[in-house]
Design a binder for this molecule. Structure first.
Ligand SMILES: Cc1cc2nc3c(=O)[nH]c(=O)nc-3n(C[C@H](O)[C@H](O)[C@H](O)COP(=O)(O)OP(=O)(O)OC[C@H]3O[C@@H](n4cnc5c(N)ncnc54)[C@H](O)[C@@H]3O)c2cc1C
Length: 444
């Protein structure tokens, strides 16, 4: 049945019903005096793309055990993670959205052990709950890590109590149901794909399920697709996307906590890890791999066309990609990661990776997790010919475009807070900063 859209004029239109769009709808509804919001989502349910629990690693990243983060980046990520953690403590008392375990990063061999010992000295000041555990203590909390490990191989783990596994899809639903309790009118239009937005007489106009709606301010939170909209409106010509698919393998009852491996220098993507699934902890997931694929959405071949719309076989884009791939370490890594998704050889190679976490693991213990894993939209700057690892926020005239690679789900509320401040300025409205901080920045 066709959905009736009334009124056709909104204060803010949000395109995208993943964790970014829904967290913004929540923050605008609860902490501002914006009165009229439309959220447009192309699928019939919220969070079916990268924010779906089967598509990401379900980790709330605090920056404590992520060895690819500098102390400065860790502090920023922690601020965002704390907001989500507090939201969960307040709104998810029955643990329908999250689970808590320990979380650790392993250092194996002399070099990695030394690195983690040094890192611990710096990071324990930011994260007082961190501890450094050696073999004997580790065996007590995660026996499979030490079982059958070469006794001559030194091992250490930097362990945190904050092992939050989050179903970011359910969190998206929770944001919307909390937003709906506020005085703001929030209309969610599901199953409505937006093809383009135009600016007319100072208002943005979009065709939604055959009807025209308009607003002064638009936020595009459509993952990789946000770049397509930005370029349609003449922004971000110097950016293209390198879509990096992440796959997972799974086993049964192999780990009780989140166990990460140490990041290999120079490699941009997070090292693999193993952990219990947030909804079915008896399933242990391992991954993600990092395979470059020319699509914007996993298991959606139509998104190959969307990728081409952004890539357009531009000469500067091809030169930028070739220049990035000149780095031998990165090139070899990309080839290896590609093989990890192949039948038989992929499992053989992946098993070697997992043995860094569980030395005794056997062929029969794991299988490829079909239909798991999303696509990380890594940003390539064609001018500087660099792979940018962070999120991209493109600011236009009363319009914001968000592209959110990992850890975009962790930073959702921080990102929403920043956008809410910008939007309220654009609309001459008010963001209630003290209420936001009182609710979500309190020590719980
Ligand atoms: C393998 C992998 C592991 C990850 N692990 C983690 C992790 O452990 N922790 C973490 O914090 N982050 C992780 N991430 C990143 C995280 O999943 C994303 O940053 C986050 O889900 C992005 O949310 P989003 O709402 O911006 O995008 P999405 O979840 O992709 O949502 C975008 C929404 O926009 C909709 N949409 C698109 N185009 C249109 C259109 N034209 N009209 C209407 N609607 C449209 C889509 O249908 C979708 O619902 C991981 C990502 C991957 C791929």
């Amino acid at each position: 049945m066709k959905q009736k859209i009334s009124p056709a004029i909104f204060d803010v239109i949000i395109i995208g019903g993943g964790i970014s769009g829904t967290s913004l709808a929540y923050v605008l509804s609860k902490y501002t005096n914006v009165k009229n919001i439309a959220l447009l989502e192309k699928y019939k349910k919220l969070a079916q793309v990268n924010s779906a629990n089967w598509n990401n690693s379900q980790t709330l990243h605090f920056g404590d055990i992520e060895t690819n983060y500098t102390a400065e980046k860790a502090k920023k990520v922690k601020d965002g993670a704390d907001l989500v953690k507090n939201y969960l403590i307040i709104h998810d008392k029955n643990k329908k959205i999250h689970n808590k375990t320990k979380k650790m990063v392993l250092g194996v061999g002399k070099e990695q052990v030394k690195k983690l010992e040094e890192r611990y000295k710096e990071f324990k000041n930011i994260f007082p709950n961190l501890s450094l555990l050696y073999k004997k203590e580790l065996a007590k909390i995660e026996p499979n890590i030490t079982k059958d490990r070469n006794p001559d191989e030194p091992i250490v783990a930097m362990v945190s109590e904050d092992g939050y596994a989050v179903d970011f899809g359910r969190l998206s639903e929770s944001f919307i149901s909390e937003a709906e309790k506020s005085n703001t009118t929030l209309k969610c239009f599901m199953g409505c794909e937006v093809w383009d937005i135009k600016k007319k007489d100072g208002m943005y106009v979009a065709n939604v399920c055959g009807e025209m709606i308009q607003s002064k301010v638009v936020v595009i939170a459509a993952g990789s697709h946000s770049l397509k909209f930005a370029q349609q409106l003449g922004y971000a010509d110097d950016i293209i996307l390198l879509p990096v698919a992440g796959s997972f393998y799974k086993g049964s009852n192999l780990l009780k906590n989140k166990v990460y491996t140490t990041q290999i220098d120079k490699l941009p993507f997070a090292a693999i890890h193993g952990d219990p699934d947030v909804n079915t902890p008896s399933i242990t997931r391992f991954g993600p791999t990092a395979k470059v694929l020319p699509i914007l959405e996993r298991r959606n071949l139509k998104s190959f066309y969307y990728f081409l719309e952004i890539f357009q076989f531009r000469i500067d884009a091809i030169i930028a990609l070739l220049s990035i791939l000149k780095d031998r370490t990165l090139f070899n890594y990309i080839i290896k990661e590609f093989l990890l998704d192949m039948p038989i050889i992929g499992k053989f190679l992946f098993l070697k990776e997992i043995k860094k976490i569980i030395p005794s693991i056997k062929w029969k213990d794991i299988k490829f997790a079909r239909k798991y894993g999303g696509i990380r939209p890594q940003i390539v700057n064609v001018k500087t010919k660099t792979l940018d690892m962070g999120e991209a926020k493109i600011m236009g005239d009363n319009i914001i475009f968000n592209i959110t690679p990992s850890p975009g789900a962790t930073t959702c509320l921080k990102n929403a807070e920043n956008d809410a401040k910008t939007i309220t300025k654009m609309l001459n409205k008010r963001f209630n900063e003290s209420k936001f901080s009182k609710d979500l920045r309190q020590i719980l």
